[in-house]
Design a protein around this ligand. Structure first.
Ligand code: M6P
Ligand code: ZN
Length: 191
C-alpha cells in the first residue's frame, strides 16, 4: 500500500548518546520493570534500592501511523546485575514475517537471537555492525562494554511485540561477565 500521507523527514542522531533530534516518544526501562529477567535475585533486590535505568528507547515522530517502518535508537547503559550484563527484555515479533535491522552506532555488546524451535545465534555489536534479524527470531541486546551501547533499529509498523514468550521461557543463551570479556553460556533455567 502506498503511504500517501507521509512527508519526508530528517532526523539527527547523536551517535554517542542515541538521542534523536525529533524524538517524540522515549521509553525508559528501569530494573523494576524487569526484575525477573536476571538470574541473581539477591543482586536484583539490592540494586532495586536505587532502581537504575537499564535502557532507553528514543522514537522519532513517525511519518505515518498506518503504514511503513518504525525507527528508533536504543541506549543500553553499562552495568551488571550479579554476573549478567545490563540487557533489553527482548521479544519475538507477533508477525513472524516482519524482520528488523540493527545498526550499532557506539559501544559494544552482543545481539542474542533465537527461534521458537530452539535455534540460537549470538552476534557481535560494535560501531558499524549491521544485523539482519529474520521475522521469526527473538532478539535481545546486551551491553558488554563500559560505555552506553547505542544502536539504531528499523522494523515494519505492523510487526508487533511478543514479550510473553520471553517472560515464560527466557532466552536459551545467557551472556555472563567473564574475566576476559563476555561469556555465552546455556541458560540452565530455559524451558
Ligand atoms: C529496539 C527495537 C524496538 C524495541 C527496543 C527495546 O529499538 O527492537 O522494537 O522495543 O529495541 O527492546 P525491547 O522491546 O525488547 O525491550
Ligand atoms: Zn523487534
Amino acid at each position: 500500500m502506498i503511504d500517501k500521507f507521509a512527508l519526508p523527514q530528517l532526523a539527527q542522531i547523536n551517535l554517542a548518546t542515541g538521542v534523536i533530534s525529533v524524538a517524540e516518544q522515549v521509553i525508559i526501562r528501569k530494573l523494576s520493570d524487569m526484575p525477573a529477567y536476571y538470574q541473581d535475585q539477591s543482586a536484583v533486590r539490592e540494586l532495586l534500592k536505587t532502581d537504575p535505568i537499564i535502557y532507553s528507547v528514543y522514537m522519532p515522530k513517525q511519518p505515518s501511523e498506518v503504514t511503513g517502518m518504525y525507527t528508533a535508537t536504543s541506549v543500553i547503559e553499562p552495568g551488571q546485575i550479579g554476573n549478567e550484563f545490563y540487557m533489553t527484555k527482548g521479544h519475538f515479533h507477533l508477525d513472524e514475517s516482519a524482520p528488523e535491522v540493527y545498526l550499532t552506532l557506539s559501544g559494544e555488546g552482543l545481539l542474542v537471537m533465537q527461534t521458537h524451535s530452539g535455534q540460537s545465534q549470538v552476534q557481535d555489536m560494535k560501531p558499524g555492525t549491521v544485523s539482519y534479524i529474520p521475522g521469526d527470531w527473538a532478539h535481545r541486546t546486551v551491553n558488554a562494554g563500559k560505555t552506553p551501547l547505542v544502536f539504531f533499529a528499523i522494523w515494519p509498523v505492523d510487526a508487533g511485540h511478543d514479550y510473553d514468550s520471553i517472560d515464560d521461557m527466557g532466552f536459551n543463551r545467557l551472556v555472563l561477565v567473564g574475566d576476559d570479556g563476555p561469556h555465552i553460556v546455556v541458560n540452565p533455567h530455559f524451558e
